[in-house]
Design a protein around this ligand. Structure first.
Ligand code: NAD
Length: 361
């Protein structure tokens, strides 16, 4: 089969980690008989330098016409003086919105070999950890009405600001279905996180998620308040399979969960819309401090490509092969610069990591 992938390498270490990922994808293509066509488009600082705009229309059009999008990272000090509406990071919000990517999937997986990198005690992680956080990405308080009211001479409040959290049943249903569909392919447990003891929007969230749950009798549904969920994530993270939550709670909990794994260079993510289309990117940024040194860990992007194969291209066996190769790389004693290495480990750079993982496919 032929697949068309829009590649947005971006800035800093983006192009470095994307290059290694394409190496791995090419190996998967050769081994399993697929052809991956890459259409390289501009985004972020690189796009500003070439066209003046952080997100050229051509990039959005090409992304929409492709089977999936693979993104490196954007941003860097070079573009810090850009006006707010044309900063590299603005391109990320722009492309997510343009592609209607309403479901953000962030797995928090602890590879057994890297258990010691986690700040949690190793007995809490015995037997490994595999949580999938499903965050609503295009609604809620980040997209509600925002206002700043000037100070009034009639009271001593000073300035007053508010941001509105608003969710429709349509938005809640569609993100809940994503979570339940994924749970069916995993541990068949969904934990919905809200603040239904205080917020009306959370009470609608909880009621609507329960309605969707009725369509999935095989999946167990658990409801947690967000404060309790934050606590449980560090106390007993293995109780979770799929967590589904709103935009703001998901933003915070997914960062918390990522820290449990101990390494930002290992964390992939996917952002999905209706159907199978999606955008795949590492959780980390453009790491300008190590760009050009050959020290960037490409594994987060390589694992993002595995998610792309699984969720957008329906290539499960191929996705498994990439994840198994990463596991093999770690088990063979290789470590990237960002991972704690013991004397028995061999520390390897960006290119060698890509070469080794491709070889291990
Ligand atoms: P960052 O994730 O780029 O870097 C944080 C720290 O982690 C740095 O010390 C970096 O060297 C290290 N690191 C990150 N990825 C690594 C990897 N793959 N291998 C080894 N080490 C790695 O976050 P930051 O420094 O806050 O931001 C740098 C730039 O990236 C900023 O311009 C920011 O706006 C942008 N950013 C972009 C994205 C994105 O494109 N999705 C996400 C976050 C930050």
């Amino acid at each position: 089969m032929r697949y068309n992938i829009t590649v947005l390498a971006g800035d800093g270490i983006g192009p470095e980690v994307v290059a290694e990922t394409l190496k791995v994808l090419d190996k998967v293509g050769a081994k399993f008989g697929h052809e991956f066509n890459y259409d390289h488009c501009l985004i972020g600082g690189a796009a500003i330098d070439a066209t003046g705009e952080c997100l050229p229309k051509e990039t959005v059009d090409k992304a929409l016409a492709s089977d999936a999008v693979l993104l490196g990272a954007v941003g860097g000090p070079k573009w810090d003086s850009q006006p707010a509406n044309n900063r590299p990071e603005k391109a990320l919000l722009g492309i997510r919105k343009a592609l209607n990517l309403y479901a953000n999937l962030r797995p928090a997986v602890v590879f057994d070999e890297l258990k010691d990198a986690s700040p949690l005690k190793s007995e809490i992680l015995d037997g490994g950890l595999d949580i999938l956080i499903v965050r609503e990405l295009t609604g809620g308080i980040y997209f509600g009405e925002h206002a700043l009211k000037p100070a009034s001479p009639d009271n001593d409040l000073g300035e007053v600001a508010y941001d509105i959290e608003e969710y429709s049943q349509m938005e809640i249903r569609r993100i809940a279905r994503v979570a339940f569909d994924l749970a069916m392919k995993r541990g068949k447990k969904v934990t919905s996180v809200d603040k239904a003891n205080v917020l009306e929007s959370s009470r609608l969230w909880r009621r609507t998620v329960a309605e969707v749950a009725a369509e999935y009798p095989e999946v167990e549904l658990d409801n947690l308040y967000v404060d309790n969920a934050a606590m449980q994530l560090v106390r007993a993270p293995k109780q979770f399979d799929v967590i589904v939550t709103s935009n703001i709670f998901g933003d915070i909990l997914s960062d918390e969960a990522s820290q449990i794994t101990g390494s930002i260079g290992m964390l992939p993510s996917a952002s999905l819309t209706e159907g199978s289309f999606g955008m795949y990117e590492p959780v980390h940024g453009s790491a300008p401090d190590i760009a050009g040194t050959g020290k960037a860990n490409p594994i987060a992007t390589i694992l993002s490509a595995a998610m792309m194969l699984r969720y957008s291209l329906g290539l499960k066996e191929e996705a498994d092969a990439i994840e198994a190769a990463v596991d093999k790389f770690l088990k063979a004693g290789y470590r990237t610069f960002d991972l704690q290495a013991a004397p028995e480990h061999k520390v390897v750079g960006t290119e060698e990591t890509g070469d080794l993982i491709a070889e291990m496919i």
